[in-house]
Ligand binder design. Structure first.
Ligand SMILES: [Zn+2]
Length: 125
């Protein structure tokens, strides 16, 4: 598999690892934007259709977009609504963006990125 990099590589921090889209190789996130929630940066939930959803949480994902309004239906994180999130480059489903319902909540926004939809790569920095 050949990975191609683009200008997004310089956005969003300089973690020792990068997370790349498994479908197109586009940058998804840097490891220094990993977000620990409830003691973990990796979470496993089973969705209402019975599908295991194994995902990492990040405070920022420069390579992911989440269009449209958030919904609180079946939210895995109380106090947060969610939106479907897609690779900015190839538009494959990457996970979800979580948006705090209350303006005072911290973090206001975070991302859940499916473990099976990214590969990690060490950076030389
Ligand atoms: Zn992609």
């Amino acid at each position: 598999m050949i990975f191609h990099f683009n200008a997004l590589d310089v956005i969003g921090g300089n973690g020792s690892k990068v997370y790349l889209c498994i479908f197109c190789g586009g940058l998804i996130a840097h490891s220094d934007r990993s977000l620990i929630l409830k003691g973990n940066k990796r979470h496993l939930f089973i969705n209402p259709s019975g599908i295991n959803c194994d995902f990492y949480t990040f405070s920022a994902c420069p390579g992911v977009i989440a269009p449209g309004p958030a919904t609180e239906a079946h939210s895995w994180f109380s106090g947060y609504g969610w939106k479907m999130a897609f690779c900015r480059q190839c538009r494959q489903h990457m996970g979800w963006q979580y948006n705090a319902v209350l303006k005072s909540a911290v973090p206001a926004v975070f991302w859940g990125i499916l473990v099976e939809h990214v590969i990690t790569k060490e950076t030389s920095e």
